[in-house]
Structure formats: C-alpha cells, structure tokens
Design a protein around this ligand. Structure first.
Ligand SMILES: Cc1cc2nc3c(=O)[nH]c(=O)nc-3n(C[C@H](O)[C@H](O)[C@H](O)COP(=O)(O)O)c2cc1C
Length: 361
C-alpha cells in the first residue's frame, strides 16, 4: 500500500470531521458529523417510538448530533403512516426513552418538528378534516395508499387565525420535545411541507400579509421561529430550509428573493444553526446566485450552518469551515450505525442501500 493509500485508509483526509465544534454557549458537538433526519414510518399505531427505535438511535450516538426523524406537531400534520408525533403523553414518554438512551451513550439529539401542510392526508386526520395550507391548491403528483395511487387531498386555505394558532402548535410541540429531554429542536422548514409551502410562490398564492412579497412570504416561517424561541432558548433552536429543493411544487424565479430576505432575518435571532436540505448538493442554481444550496445559505446567513446532500466524509471534509460548519449524513447512516467510529478507525463505509430504510444496520 502506498503512503497515499495509507493516508486515505487511515482517514487522514477526513480528520477535520472528527474535531469538536462549539456552536454557542450552550452547545459543543464532539465532532462535525450530524445524522440527518430520516423518516422511516416505523412508529406504533399511536405514533409513538418503539423499543427498536430506541436501539436504532442509541447505536448512532457517537455522531456530533442526531436530528430525529421528522415528528408531527399535531394530528392534522400527518402525511404518512406510522410517523411519530409529540402531542400526547405516550409519544412524549416514548421519545424520552430514545433521548435517555442516546444521552446514556454520550450523544446529543434534536427533535425535528414537522407539519406536512397540504401533503397531509384526510385519511390520517381524526374526523377526516382537510389538510391545511397557505392556499387551497392540491399538491402535484400522486400519493401511494392502500387503494392504489391517488391525488393529494385538496387543502383548506388557512385563515389568519389558523396561522397564528399554528405558530403556537409548533411552540407547544417544541416545549413537549424539551420535556421529553431533547437537547434542542429543529424546525422543519424544508422539502415542500407547510413552512416551505409558505416560502414558495407556486403553493403560496395569498394576497394578504402572508404572500405576494418576500417579506410576506417569509412571515409565517419567522412567526413559527419566534413562537418556538419564546418557549425554548433560541441557541437550542435550529431550522431546516431547502431553497432550491422543489419537492412537491413548481419552480418560480421569484423564490430566491424570499430566501435572500429570510436568511439575514434569521441571523438576527441567534439560532443554533440553519441546516440545508437537498438530496444532491452538487448542482448550482441561477436564482441562488449561481451557488449550490449550501453555498447560498452561507452567503446570506452568517451563523452556524449544516450542509447535506449526497456527501461522503471525503467530499464533505474539504468544505468544512468554508461552505458549512458541520455535515449531515443521511443514507450512509442507515447502513453505517458506527459511521464516526469507522472514520476514527479509517474503515471503509458500507454503501447506500435503499432497503436499509426499513432494515438499518
Ligand atoms: C429515508 C429518508 C427519509 C428522510 N426523511 C427526512 C425527514 O424526516 N426530514 C428531513 O428534513 N429530511 C428527510 N430526508 C432527507 C435527508 O435528511 C437528507 O437530506 C437526504 O437523505 C440527503 O442526504 P444523504 O445524501 O446524506 O442521504 C430523508 C431522506 C431519506 C433517504
């Protein structure tokens, strides 16, 4: 084996990922590797974590931080079967077991707070109410259900009162997460779900103070952040955003302006971090100033950032500090529970395997 091969094998290239990172007065991560949030739809029928999930998270506790799979904040937020919630005592107790096991292994874990907006499904909503969204527009595409592929449900346009109530629903969920023992919360503002629907012109056609201009389009997101930060120290609150993610919506060239307004506003709020969200961060976008998503976030947000999107430890390491402060790894974490241990030992990682979502290592 040549010296270079030995270096690669010993993980010398990725050493920076193993260094601790201090985000603020409250949080120091023991390394720069974040386990990305991953929905697996394996909670029990009361939407509470199972013993197998306790083990799954505990095995990954040597990550610098774990972001939990997305956790719905309200029954009307549910778009998929057997996702977890954090609005009943049973769910809170279930999460406490997960969090305690992660802490016992020396880890840090944030709860990702989720409302799917128009991706919610009346079939999951008690009483069969319609989903809620910024505008009464059905999401494109079809959704798989027991009866086959069906169109998404037509959502109700949220009233101003429902918008204000919604910010409080996120805040209550954040408080519940802290009660369960989580180290902090990550507000899910990405991937075409409720907050992201407000941030994009295609799903948000409102003409009141929640639509039509960058300031108005960003208002709901900022109100949620502010409501959560009234109950949880802002230094323990992160936000996930996908400026060019375009999940379940059409592109609009005005969307970039919304994020150029939003990111500096977030900077004023002393948050733990902003976390990008995209499957492949190797593409640049005209409306993001010709940047990749992670580079765009760094340009407009000066606080801590987490990058993500088809990175390996080797491709992420050179971007640490310049493009992002920490790297989130998703699918490789399903096949490599001891990802950080393998990096430390210079061991090769198992490849991504789609079947691992239900059968993780
Ligand atoms: C099975 C699966 C479930 C996911 N669930 C979530 C989720 O609950 N919340 C979220 O923000 N992103 C979710 N994502 C996106 C990942 O967090 C991550 O951004 C994406 O997988 C790209 O990272 P990777 O290339 O390292 O896998 C999911 C991805 C996968 C593969």
């Amino acid at each position: 084996m040549s010296a270079m091969e030995q270096d690669a094998a010993s993980g010398a290239d990725t050493d920076i990922l193993l260094q601790p990172y201090t985000l603020n007065d409250k949080l120091t991560f023991k390394n720069r590797v974040v386990m990305a949030p991953m929905t697996r739809c394996v909670n029990d029928d009361d939407l509470a974590p199972t013993p197998a999930m306790v083990e799954y998270y505990a095995k990954r506790a040597n990550a610098g931080m774990i972001v939990s799979e997305a956790i719905i904040v309200h029954p009307r937020a549910q778009g998929y079967p057997n996702v977890p919630g954090i609005f009943t005592d049973k769910q809170i107790e279930g999460w406490r077991k997960v969090v305690d096991a992660v802490h016992a292994n020396g880890g840090i874990i944030f709860a990702q707070l989720w409302h799917t907006g128009r991706i919610a499904t009346a079939a999951f909503i008690p009483g069969g109410e319609a989903p809620l969204a910024p505008s009464a527009l059905r999401a494109p595409g079809r959704v798989r259900r027991a009866e086959g592929e069906v169109p998404h449900d037509l959502p109700d346009e949220m009233t101003i009162e429902q918008i204000h109530e919604m910010a409080e629903i996120y805040a209550q969920a954040a408080e519940n997460a802290m009660k369960a023992g989580f180290d902090g919360v990550e507000i899910h503002g990405a991937n075409g779900y409720l907050i992201d629907q407000f941030l994009h012109y295609d799903p948000n056609r409102r003409t009141d103070e929640y639509g039509g201009t960058p300031e108005n389009m960003a208002r709901f997101c900022l109100e949620v952040v502010d409501a959560v930060c009234k109950r949880v120290d802002s230094e323990l609150v992160g936000l996930r955003l996908s400026p060019a993610g375009y999940a379940q919506m059409e592109e609009d060239e005005r969307d970039g302006e919304v994020f150029k307004y939003l990111l500096p506003e977030l900077d004023k709020r002393n948050l733990a971090y902003v976390h990008g969200s995209i499957f492949v961060d190797q593409v640049t976008y005209d409306y993001l100033d010709g940047e990749r998503i992670t580079g765009f976030i760094r340009k407009y947000y000066k606080g801590n950032t987490i990058g993500v999107g088809s990175y390996t430890p080797e491709t992420a390491a050179p971007l640490i500090d310049n493009t992002f402060d920490m790297i989130a790894i998703g699918r490789l974490y399903l096949t490599n529970a001891d990802l950080v241990g393998k990096l430390e030992r210079g061991e090769e990682l198992n490849p991504i395997d789609d079947a691992a979502t239900l059968n993780p290592e």
